[in-house]
Design a protein around this ligand. Structure first.
Ligand code: COA
Ligand code: NAD
Length: 643
């Protein structure tokens, strides 16, 4: 394989970069492009250059693997400058994604053309850095300050049509990209050349613009978006050269930060999780027709998610009334998508036409996959699987969405038990990214592979978990909440604990989150265990539920709430109810509270690893980041607590 090849199409040189899998900008790519810009300038027969990439994408950005190492020359800003300074205009021909350094190289080119399916963006803040090769300096010159602020501080890429509207690219082309780009280059030679991006004028913005942008970009503890904003502002108030020096300095500073290391850790964990080595070469079973048992909160969400991915759905409920309610729950999901402008009325009708309700299990005879989401009661679930064992094809994958029950007990007596698996979705199931995949000792490898393939189809993050109460996520949640209650008994204020976790980067602290979700679910589960004779000590939450405080839905839980208001108010009644259990009057600074609770999560995670419930610490981190609101830029509890 040759990294860079050059062919001639008349007076146009076509440079093709081929650095699989995503044309990441490694040291060799930087050096190769720099040298080519020199060489093509010297070639009298070349009048313009088209830069195009082989494979699935344009340059997808800096090689993230090099981020942890010392920078090596030529640096990317010099490569971008060199391309921009070329005497022959360069045209970036974009397909797939032009991200980060890839888009910065495109900005060094005199023109940018893209196919309709392409995306461009500067996702550096999602890796804890800011663009390091003029993204904060050239973008405002290319597309205006507002567009630059949005692109850089959000890190979200734009589709080609929107990028064209924003002025980030010059044309959206159809047909063969290379041919179109060569034509574009040839036509441009006959017209007046635009200024190189670095020479274009800039519109400084008033102070209140920056203040509003700051507010919009701020997220607790996440430094990169604000540093990116500062860098753009600086670029609007100083010379190109000074802005470049400032950007580079900020980039190098952030690159070495804990936040960037954490985000790189999550980046690679996310890419490794969907393809476990143990499943290499194992084909999943095809899934086109999905049965969902139970059309409540979870069943409807699961049905909606599978339908959105193009599968046909049969929703089974207990009686006609429940069927109607279940279908209505699914319809609400698509109504929501219509309201948010994500789905047309026609699309909604088409989605619902593929969801059929029934009370008759016999309708599942041809289902490829059935996911059970009925009440969390072992007797009810077993009865469901007894029916499924009778009516389903022996090769149909049968899954339970149980949160806490032992899947082995649910599947007891099921014929062909190798087709059984736990698929633990999170609420709301059509939105939450995490999917815990829980094989039993009997689950066949291709059934496990089907779980992973389903996650891919549903655009979810799969993590394999072993069997224990609560699997990975809910088990850590339980420990986290218990440890937070311990702090309360030591006299730390409930509101201080919530504020500490928000300060750490969670959207909500442990107590306000319980008030929102309801304290009764965990309470009932504990009561169930007690009824079975297990020793479950009384929690502070139990005391509140017994006093009728189940959370916001009852007007109060850990906090009081004024009618129709979600603002959490410290509760004198709670103070009174818990007084006998509070043994100390400890005051802890918020960062120490957060460190203590994160360490508790990590300790539970370590036990989970030791027991083989999770396979890798990264998996635990993904569970927390994608299922429990752990701030991504802290990397997850295992990463955050590494020695
Ligand atoms: N540097 C190093 N490796 C990278 C990379 C990068 N910037 N981007 C992707 N990869 C690797 C992945 O780790 C994966 O490796 P593996 O096959 O060994 O697991 C492989 O390339 C394919 O990536 P994947 O994300 O699975 O491919 P995709 O086709 O689904 O998506 C992209 C392609 C380019 C959209 C996606 O990879 C992406 O968003 N990359 C990040 C780009 C980025 O943030 N750039 C800015 C850096 S400052
Ligand atoms: P839910 O009460 O909202 O829905 C359960 C539905 O199952 C009801 O509509 C009920 O009519 C139906 N049902 C009960 N018995 C049935 C039967 N024999 N045949 C057909 N339908 C039947 O409950 P939910 O919150 O959707 O939870 C369902 C499952 O998902 C439980 O096992 C729960 O532990 C698990 N779970 C829940 C959450 C969550 O946050 N709610 C998250 C993950 C997993």
């Amino acid at each position: 394989m040759t990294l860079l090849t050059v062919r001639r199409d008349g007076e146009i040189a076509v440079v093709t970069l081929d650095n699989p899998p995503v044309n990441a900008i490694s040291e060799a790519v930087r050096k190769g492009l720099y040298d080519l810009a020199e060489r093509l300038d010297e070639d009298p027969e070349v009048r313009a250059v088209v830069l195009v990439c082989a494979g699935r994408t344009f340059l997808a950005g800096a090689d993230v693997r090099e981020f942890g190492q010392p920078p090596v020359e030529p640096h990317l800003p010099d490569v971008v400058d060199r391309i921009e300074a070329a005497e022959k205009p360069w045209v970036a021909a974009i397909h797939g994604a032009a991200l980060g350094g890839g888009f910065e190289i495109a900005m060094g080119c005199r023109f940018r053309v893209a196919v309709e399916s392409a995306r461009v963006g500067l996702p550096e803040v999602t890796l804890g850095v800011i663009p390091g090769a003029s993204g904060t300096v050239r973008t405002p010159r290319l597309a205006g300050v507002e567009a630059a602020v949005e692109l850089v501080t959000s890190g979200k890429p734009l589709a080609a049509a929107k990028a064209l509207d924003a002025g980030l690219i010059d044309a959206v082309v159809s047909g063969d990209l290379e041919t179109a780009a060569v034509e574009f280059a040839r036509a441009s030679l006959a017209a007046e050349m635009p200024l190189p991006v670095s020479k274009r004028p800039l519109q400084p913005m008033p102070d209140d613009f920056w203040q509003a942008a700051r507010k919009a970009a701020a997220r607790a503890g996440h430094k990169a978006p604000l540093r990116a904003l500062d860098s753009i502002r600086f670029a609007t108030e100083t010379s190109f050269a000074a802005a470049m020096a400032h950007e580079r300095e900020t980039f190098l500073d952030l690159r070495a930060s804990d936040e960037a290391a954490a985000l790189r850790h999550v980046f690679f964990a996310e890419r490794a999780a969907p393809k476990p080595a143990a499943l290499k070469g194992i084909d999943p079973r095809p899934v086109k027709l999905v049965g969902v048992i139970g059309g409540g909160t979870m069943g409807a969400g699961i049905a909606g998610a599978c339908r959105e991915a193009g599968m046909e759905i049969i929703l089974i409920e207990r009686d006609a009334e429940a069927v109607a309610r279940g279908l209505d729950n699914v319809a609400k999901i698509f109504d929501g998508a219509v309201k948010r402008g994500k789905l047309t009325e026609k699309g909604r009708a088409e989605r619902m036409a593929g969801v059929r309700g029934s009370t008759d299990y016999a309708d599942l005879a041809q289902a490829d996959l059935v996911i059970e989401a009925v009440f969390e009661e072992i007797g009810v679930k077993r009865a469901v699987f007894a029916e499924l064992g009778r009516v389903c094809r022996p090769d149909a994958v049968l899954a339970t969405n149980t949160s806490y029950l032992d899947p082995r007990a649910i599947a007891e007596g099921l014929p062909n038990p190798e087709r059984f698996i736990g698929l633990h979705f999170f609420s709301p199931a059509h939105i939450m990214k995490l999917l815990e995949i829980v094989p039993t000792p009997e689950t066949a490898p291709e059934v496990l592979a089907t779980g992973f393939a389903l996650a891919r189809a549903l655009n979810k993050m799969p993590v394999q978990a072993g069997i224990c109460e609560g699997f990975i996520g809910n088990r850590i949640l339980k420990r986290y909440r218990a440890e937070a209650e311990v702090l309360v008994t030591q006299g730390v204020a409930i509101s201080e604990i919530d504020a500490a976790m928000r300060g750490y980067g969670f959207r909500m602290g442990p107590f306000e989150a319980q008030d929102l979700g309801g304290l009764d679910i965990a309470f009932l589960q504990r009561e169930g265990a007690r009824a079975e004779g297990q020793h479950v000590p009384e929690t502070l939450g139990d005391i509140l539920v017994r006093a009728g405080r189940k959370g916001q839905k009852t007007g109060g839980g850990w906090y009081d709430y004024a009618e129709g208001d979600r603002a959490a108010l410290p509760s004198p009644q709670v103070a009174e109810l818990l007084a006998a259990r509070i043994v100390d009057a400890r005051e802890l600074p918020r960062p120490e509270i957060a460190a203590h609770l994160v360490a508790a999560m990590a300790a539970e995670g370590a036990a989970i690893l030791e027991e083989g419930i999770a396979q890798r610490p990264e998996d635990i981190d993904l569970v927390e980041v994608h299922g429990y609101g752990f701030p991504r830029w802290k990397g997850g509890p295992m990463f955050a607590s590494r020695g």
